[in-house]
Every structure is written in C-alpha cells, then in structure tokens.
Design a protein around this ligand. Structure first.
Ligand code: CU
Length: 635
C-alpha cells in the first residue's frame, strides 16, 4: 500500500504540484509554508498500524498528533479527516473500528459513528469527525490496538471529551463516569510500554507503578473542566512469591511484547518449572523473526510447542526441550489460537483475520482442511480462541467480527449451529462432557453459556439453552460502586478439567472471575495484573489444579488455587503465587531479551495437558506424576 502523503512529498510531476497548490488554496495557506504543512493538512492525523508493542496505532503524521505520554492520541478540530494505514509496518490484516464516540446535544451518535469495516483489511481507511468529544478506535482482531482522537471545539475551555460517550455495544455513560475514567486510564497504560507493571525486584525494588496522564485541562459532563492528570496512577505492586505446593511439569506463557536482540518483531515464549517456579526456557526464534507469539498447544507426546504468530500468517513449531525450530507454516491471516484433536492428534489453528479454522496433520507437516465458521455469503467470522471437545468431534469458535459463535461438527467439517453472542466475542471454554460451553464477550463484559444438545445452562432451579452471565452486575459504571466480584473486558475463559469452574481473565478491571458451572453464577473474584488476559489449568502435585493467569501489561504470571480447602467450591479461591517472567542466569534461551522484559503475557499452556481427552493420551512418564482423579477428571 502506497502512503499518499509520501506520494505528495516526493512526486515532482506537474500534476502533483497542481494538487498541492489546490490544497493550499482551499486551506487558505500562504505561499511561504513548506510542503510538509500542506501534506499534514490533507489528513489531520494519520495512524500507522504496526506490530508493536504499545502504540500499535502510531500517530505518524498530521498536525493532530500530540506528544502526551502516548503516541496513539490526536487532537483535531471539528471536520477533520483521520487516516488509518495498514502498510509495511505490519505483517497482517486489521480493522479500525470505533470502540466509543461522543454524543451530540440531542443524544444521537456523533456523525459517521459507528465506524467499521465488513472484514479485516490491509490498506487505508479514512473517517471524518465533526462532533466534538472523545473517540477511541480498536482493532477487532487485536483489541489491545487502540487509537484515540479528541475533536476539540476551540471555542470552549479545555479539550472536549464530550457530555456522554457511547460504546459500540450501545452502553452510554457520562464522561465523568467511573467507566470513562477506567477506559481513559487503560488507554494511556496500553499504548505506552513505559507504563506497564514491572514486578521484578531487580529492576523495580520499590515495586512502584506510576502512570502519568498529561496535565492538560479536559472538558467533561456539564462543562466541568478538570486536569486529565487527575486520572494518573501512583501505587505499589505485589512482588514475586512462591506457592506452598508445587505443580506438575511446567507452564508456558507467551510473553508477546518482549523484544530480543536478534529480531525486529516482538515476542518470546517463556517456560516456568512448576516444581521450582524458576524461568527455565525462553524461545524467541530470531531465525524466523517470530512475530507476536500469542497462543500455544502441544502434541500427544508433549514434545513440541505449536506457536501462533498473531501479527503474521505463520504457525511455528519448535521442540519443547531444545527450542529447535521444526517448521514455520503459512496458515493464513493473523493465526490466533491452536489446539489439537484428541482422536487424531491433528492441529487446529483459528485464522483470526479470515473466516475459518485450518486443520493440519500431526506436527503440522501439511494443511489437511479449511473449516469455515460462517455460511457462504456471510461476512468472515474472524474466529479467535476456539475450543475442542474431549472426543475431538466438536469445535466451538467465538466470531469477533459477527457477534456470534459457531459449533462445528469436526468429522464432517460442517456448521452444526450458530448462536448470537455479545459484542466482540473473543474466547471460549467447554465442559469436559461437552454439554455446554462458554463464550467471553469482550465489549459487553458478559459470558454467554451455550448448550450443546439438551438445555444445560443453569438458571435458578432449571436449565436453559442459552444464558448471559453479566460480569459487571456488581458494578455501577457511573459511580464506580463495587458490591461483589466484577470483570470488565473479559478474555480467556477455560473450564476446569473436572468441569466445576469457569475462570475468566478480565483486562479492564484487572480481575479474575470464577463462575460455578453448577449454578452458572459468578461466585468469586480475585485481583489480577494490568491487562489480565490468559488462563489455563495445570495439575497440582498430589491432586487438584492450579489456574495459571497471564497479564499483557505486566511481567508476572499468577498462580491461582481455585479451591484451597478442597470442598469443590471456588468461594475460597486465592492467588497463591506470583512468578516474574524475566529470564535469569539459569534460563536457557535462543536470544537476548532487550526491552519489555517478561511483558505481554497472553497464551498459557501447562505441560502435561490436564484436560479430559488429552490427559488419557499422555506418555506414561507424565501419567505417573498424576493422581487417579487427575488421570480421569470426570467419572
Ligand atoms: Cu489487529
């Protein structure tokens, strides 16, 4: 894709000069101004989409770009046109979707809002903003990619955030609300890696966490003018501590934002030994410039790591012990999640930038099938975190583009059912007996329980086919009052191997929420780190499970014991350990970490796999380390 601004600045032909002259005349500019200013006037702000981390939408040109502790913010005047370019700085497709926008005086949507595309794209998009207030744009594939634009009416005091903002799911709140404050803070944290949480005592001995928002006056609900810096963060963090009981095997975390010396693209996969809680291995795969490792799975023998590269089109396969690269397979745009099929050990990769799941042969030697998640003629689903059933016969996908979920009959490769969900469904978890599954809806902050076959979602004393569980029922978005566990912007949401709990990582609230599958109600909440993202279960030595929880804007892994007293209820769930994901002297690695060390925690994978279907296929070496109950998680 050609950058039109570059064309204007380099073209020497008469036509280009004529265009520039016309632009100058329209804009009333004098002859004396250099050509760069004329270019900048064409678009008030140009955001370059890139593979990050931090300013994934980088304001790269235009008078609107402001340096304000983030490179992803523009301040423009009403009537300005904003340009988004997905070009040479990214290896995959994206969307530039309005996440929130201001309302007009009559409470209708700002002009040209909502703004969206039918499918992820490469190339450029433009939108003209007339109504004063705050706009935030997001990529529906990679929802940590954010751009903010403040359209400021120069006649009023302070930068206009607007009276009210509306989220893409319809939720409307005043700009003075607690939800608006949380979203603004999150924007400044997410878009600047300097603001990520450092839990490493070697580099942050005081465990401080400071996020300074600019001291500019902003105009909010009722014409109130306050300094944006009132939302700054100045607090302390928890340091590392070790669980009292060891786990079995190891746990891998995709530290997706960690930069290393030998490659340009970010991301490593980090292994922690759960008997010593030390970081033992770190794979950067510099020989393939591994790009944003996002999610992992392993084969029956637990010998290889299947590694998706979310900002490219590749699935890497490497040896779990030696970190030797085995292959790097083209699977399509923005591969997100990977799991195996227990009956064949084939590999399924969700192709997030398209509308299907790719099925590969064991060890990913070749592509066997393309399994679509939408019917012919429908917009691509953009499936993110799919889940496979215990017998390999059922797959479910959350379709982030189409606000629905697909259930696939794997043997025939056909769609068995499609169910509407909330806005931007992103991850799934399934019961070990495949009677029901759960979909996390990112923008709605809800979980949709969907039955497979007979109604199985619990509602009071009965069962229903589909149930929506509101993770923000205990939260008042205006006042910020919290009366119980809450989860805002939920992501990964696996079901425990024995089917008792759904554990969800929530990015906005930095919380872990737990749903009891016997009631399908929220029963517990735990504190998490900034950008809480990934969850997966691993076996605890001597019986039971740990839930391992990663966080994007942090360098720690939390160890959660969902049931310390062993009574089957997660009401007493507790964080029992925190591991810093930074390489130490004893860490075996294929490259040298340089920046954002241990940051970007996303996909989590415990070895050995503890889930029904996979656990029975384990080599004897691993089975010997599990209790009879762990080897047969449900009767
Ligand atoms: Cu994206």
């Amino acid at each position: 894709m050609t950058n039109p601004l570059r064309v204007l600045s380099t073209a020497s032909c008469r036509l280009a000069a004529g265009v520039a002259l016309a632009a100058m005349m329209i804009l009333g500019l004098s002859w004396g101004q250099p050509i760069e200013l004329v270019q900048a006037q064409s678009f008030a702000a140009v955001f370059q989409l890139n593979d990050g981390p931090g300013p994934w939408f980088r304001c790269s040109a235009g008078r609107g770009c402001v340096a304000a502790g983030t490179q992803s913010l523009a301040v423009v005047s009403p009537g300005s046109t904003i340009r988004f370019i997905g070009g040479s700085e990214t290896e995959t497709v994206h969307t530039t979707t309005s996440l929130l926008w201001p309302l007009k005086a009559d409470s209708s949507d700002a002009d040209n809002m909502p703004f969206d595309q039918a499918a992820a794209f490469r190339g450029a998009q433009s939108v003209t903003l007339h109504t004063a207030g705050l706009y935030v744009f997001v990529c529906k594939l990679h929802p940590f990619m954010l751009a903010a634009v403040i359209v400021d009416d120069g006649a009023t005091e302070g930068l206009d955030l607007g009276e009210q903002i509306r989220l893409v799911n319809g939720l409307t709140v005043p700009t003075t609300s607690d939800l608006a404050a949380r979203l603004l803070r999150a924007f400044f944290v997410i878009t600047n890696p300097q603001n990520y949480q450092d839990h490493n005592p070697a580099t942050n001995p005081g465990f401080t966490w400071q996020v300074n928002l600019p001291a500019v006056p902003v105009r909010v609900t009722g014409g109130l003018v306050i300094p944006l810096s009132a939302l700054s963060i100045d607090t302390t963090l928890g340091g590392p501590f070790t669980p009292a009981f060891p786990g079995v095997g190891e746990v891998w975390v995709d530290t997706e934002y960690e930069n290393t010396a030998g490659k340009k693209k970010p991301g490593t996969a980090t292994a922690v030994d759960t008997t010593t809680w030390q970081v033992t291995k770190k794979a950067a795969l510099p020989q393939i410039n591994m790009n944003n490792p996002h999610n992992m799975w392993t084969d029956r023998d637990q010998k290889v790591i299947y590694q998706t590269q979310w900002f490219s089109n590749k699935l890497a396969v490497f040896d779990r012990e030696t970190l030797k690269l085995l292959r790097n397979v083209n699977v399509g745009h923005a591969p997100a999640h990977v799991m195996t099929r227990v009956d064949t050990d084939q590999v399924h990769v969700s192709v997030n930038g398209d509308g299907h799941v790719i099925e590969l042969s064991p060890l990913a030697g070749h592509v066997d099938r393309r399994i679509p998640v939408q019917f012919q003629g429908e917009n691509p689903g953009h499936p993110h975190a799919h889940t496979m059933s215990f017998d390999g016969h059922t797959m479910v996908t959350p379709n982030s583009n189409t606000a629905d979920s697909t259930r696939i009959d794997v043997l025939s490769g056909t769609i068995a059912d499609k169910t509407p969900t909330g806005t931007l469904p992103i991850a799934t978890g399934m019961m070990p007996d495949a009677t029901k599954y759960y979909v996390s809806n990112y923008v709605d902050s809800t979980i949709t329980c969907i039955s497979i076959g007979a109604p199985s979602c619990k509602s009071g004393a009965g069962t229903v086919a589909v149930k929506t569980i509101n993770l923000l029922a205990n939260y008042n978005p205006v006042t910020g009052a919290v009366t119980g566990p809450i989860g805002g912007l939920p992501i990964q949401t696996p079901v425990s191997p024995h089917g008792k709990w759904v554990i969800t990582a929530n990015t906005l609230t930095a919380t872990i929420t737990i749903i009891d599958t016997a009631t399908d109600e929220l029963v517990a909440g735990l504190p998490c780190s900034a950008g809480c993202h990934g969850v997966n279960f691993g076996a605890k030595a001597g019986g039971g499970y740990y839930a391992y929880v990663s966080s994007k804007f942090s360098n720690d892994l939390l160890v959660v014991n969902p049931d310390p007293n062993g009574d089957g209820s997660a009401v007493d769930a507790a964080v029992v350990g925190r591991v810093v994901l930074v390489a130490g002297v004893g860490t075996f690695t294929d490259d040298t970490p340089t920046l954002n060390k241990g940051m970007g925690g996303q996909g989590v994978l415990a070895i050995p796999l503890p889930y029904l279907g996979w656990v029975q296929n384990l080599p004897q070496f691993w089975k010997d380390q599990l209790t009879p109950e762990q080897q047969q998680p449900i009767p």
